[in-house]
Design a protein around this ligand. Structure first.
Ligand code: CO
Length: 617
């Protein structure tokens, strides 16, 4: 079977990060990892992807583990194989930009605790969102792997990708990854792209990362390797396929059959696989067990499978599932309008929700989410193609567009964050970083940790597994999926009013119970849209300001922010005077006339569509 010639190709094992994030909602525990870590370390992988992505959040939120401790423990066993992590550039592991001091300190501590290879990526491929993270990795002695987030569009040409790779080369990256998160890279396109990159950057090691979602990844890996890629990402077979990586064992044999030597031994791989086969029964959440092996739809429309299922459940929630074809037709148009962003968190959410609003709202961009506004104003980074000026103006409203590196607008945040945590809850500096990334989740974990050993609240993941046994409630939700689903719920509540239909509150509530609260936005998103009050009957003369949808009424844009308009003060027609929040969507409500405004609703109270919020005399 083996060819006589032997060229070296390495394999990165993703079993301990992407694979269980893709298949088990990231529920693998540190103890699970430690029992097999030595065998994995001895197998001969290029590196072990075992940290970053969603693992950090899930460790604290669901497993009640310290993610830093997980890193140290893996490092204490895995001494031969470099450890690898996925780092979302300036977003670190979260969903927003963090100040530079937090990015640098996070990377420094990760290096100190044993991280070797940092795969740094940005959803928009904006090099300005990568530069601080890459510079920090270099500064603290790590291996900086640059990344191309792969997508297809008229502006995502091979030349554009080569240019992007060269920009990252100039930042000092040690290797380059092609990140095909949606599994849409074809063997032909991989051959062309890797070939061009290998020619333009002859000394740059190229690694390819994909998902088996569309069923193409193993064939694509072979084409990429033939064109010059030196490393591919795989998972042990039990943890592979579906929306995870291609199976390592199969890839080894495929590569050997073409004369490549991976240095991996099938016997050792079989032992590792047996361990995960047993673990599967214990750790795979029920909700992720019924996934189709291949999502062939991706081959037709190139929309990631996770996105489609989210769109489907959103539409189903308000009885508009029949409009899915329209949404699927609208989505590429919205994406084109928005400058062809790759569809990966957070752009997948922004484009997805906006597309649905465009279809069900009856008018394209008649309703624009806050996220779309900020995206269109440049706060996420530079869009791959510019957004047409007139449309941009319409999208951003009164927001000021920016052209600088988004993180340049952020003040240092580490010292301020440290002061926010009760001193008795902090054990080490790493806790401050955990708090910076996921404030609510980290505090919840710190408090749990501080409970006496014999009186700790149950571990949320254990509670889930009990529920799985009872098979009553859908189990684990991946934080990234949950974030999308939360926006989806907000949108469902919104559409129920926009469409003139009745808001099915019981459905919204039920769904909520299955969802995890979210990082950053989670705390603020818990307010229920339930218990709509009867419209305020307080009589008042003047032009009414009406609630456009069911939600929560606010006088200011957030805690500590000034009121948008003074009660009894003068307002100009068209200026925002209050806010109605439907779950995660913040909808500024504008003055309908000029004059003196009198508010009829208290800050923080639920309101219903059509309710008079204020009058302007
Ligand atoms: Co991935």
């Amino acid at each position: 079977m083996k060819k006589a010639t032997s060229k070296r190709v390495r394999i990165t094992d993703t079993t301990l990060r992407d694979a269980h994030q893709s298949l088990w909602a990231t529920r693998m525990r540190t103890d699970d990892i430690l029992q097999i870590a030595e065998a994995i370390d001895n197998a001969g992988y290029y590196s072990l992807e075992c940290w970053g992505g969603a693992t950090f959040d899930v460790c604290m939120r669901f497993l009640r583990e310290n993610p830093w401790e997980r890193l140290r423990q893996i490092k204490s066993v895995c001494k031969k194989t470099p450890l690898q992590m996925l780092l979302r550039g300036q977003n670190i592991l979260g969903y927003k930009h963090y100040p530079d001091d937090i990015v640098e300190r996070f990377v420094a501590l990760a290096c100190e605790n044993g991280m070797d290879i940092f795969r740094v990526f940005d959803a928009l491929n904006d090099p300005r969102n990568l530069e601080k993270a890459i510079a920090s990795v270099k500064k603290y002695g790590g291996h900086a792997q640059g990344t191309i987030s792969y997508t297809t569009s008229p502006v995502h040409t091979v030349e554009a990708y080569v240019k992007l790779a060269k920009e990252q080369e100039a930042m000092g990256i040690d290797s380059l990854a092609i990140k095909d998160m949606a599994g849409i890279l074809t063997p032909g396109a991989a051959r062309e792209l890797v070939g061009a990159l290998a020619k333009a950057l002859p000394d740059m090691p190229i690694q390819v990362h994909s998902h088996m979602t569309s069923g193409m990844a193993a064939a694509m890996y072979l084409a990429a390797v033939e064109a010059g890629a030196g490393c591919v990402d795989c998972a042990i077979s039990t943890m592979s396929s579906f929306s995870s990586q291609p199976p390592c064992e199969s890839m080894v044999t495929i590569l050997e059959s073409e004369g490549y030597d991976t240095g991996l031994d099938q016997k050792k791989l079989a032992e590792i696989n047996a361990y995960f086969r047993d673990l599967k029964a214990k750790r795979q959440p029920a909700s992720t067990a019924k996934v189709e092996p291949v999502d062939a739809g991706v081959l037709v429309h190139a929309i990631p499978g996770g996105m489609i299922s989210n769109l489907r459940s959103q539409l189903a929630q308000q009885g508009a599932l029949d409009r899915l074809p329209e949404v699927l037709e609208e989505l590429p148009k919205t994406r084109a309008d928005m400058g062809y962003p790759p569809l990966v968190t957070p752009t997948s959410q922004i484009v997805g929700v906006q597309s649905v609003l465009n279809v069900l709202g009856g008018k394209r961009y008649g309703m624009v989410t806050d996220e779309t506004k900020h995206y269109a104003a440049g706060y996420y980074g530079r869009t791959p193609a510019p957004i047409e000026k007139k449309l941009q103006k319409k999208l951003i409203g009164d927001l000021k567009p920016i052209t600088c590196r988004p993180a340049d607008l952020l003040k240092p945040g580490l010292a301020a964050a440290a002061k926010e945590i009760p001193a008795k809850l902090i054990k080490a500096e790493e806790d401050i970083l955990s708090y910076c990334l996921f404030p609510e989740v980290a505090l919840g974990y710190f408090k749990w940790r501080a409970q006496p050993a014999d009186a700790k609240d149950p571990i949320p993941a254990d509670v889930e597994m009990q529920k799985k046994a009872e098979e009553t409630v859908p189990a684990a939700v991946d934080p990234e999926t949950a974030k999308f689903a939360q926006i989806g719920k907000a949108f469902a509540a919104l559409m129920a009013t926009v469409g003139g239909g009745k808001l099915d509150l019981s459905a919204v509530k039920l769904d909520e119970s299955a969802l995890a609260p979210l990082p950053e936005t989670g705390a603020g998103s818990d307010k229920s849209v339930a218990s709509p009050k009867a419209a305020d009957t307080k009589a008042a003369e003047g032009t009414p300001v009406l609630a456009p949808l069911n939600g929560t009424f606010y006088r200011s844009a957030g805690p500590g922010k000034p009121e948008l308009a003074k009660d009894g003060g003068a307002v100009k027609s068209g200026e925002p005077v209050c806010i109605v929040e439907a779950m995660k969507l913040f909808n500024p409500i504008k003055a309908t006339a000029a004059g003196t405004i009198t508010f009829l609703v208290e800050h923080g109270k639920p309101v219903t569509k059509g309710q008079t919020l204020a009058v302007i005399a």
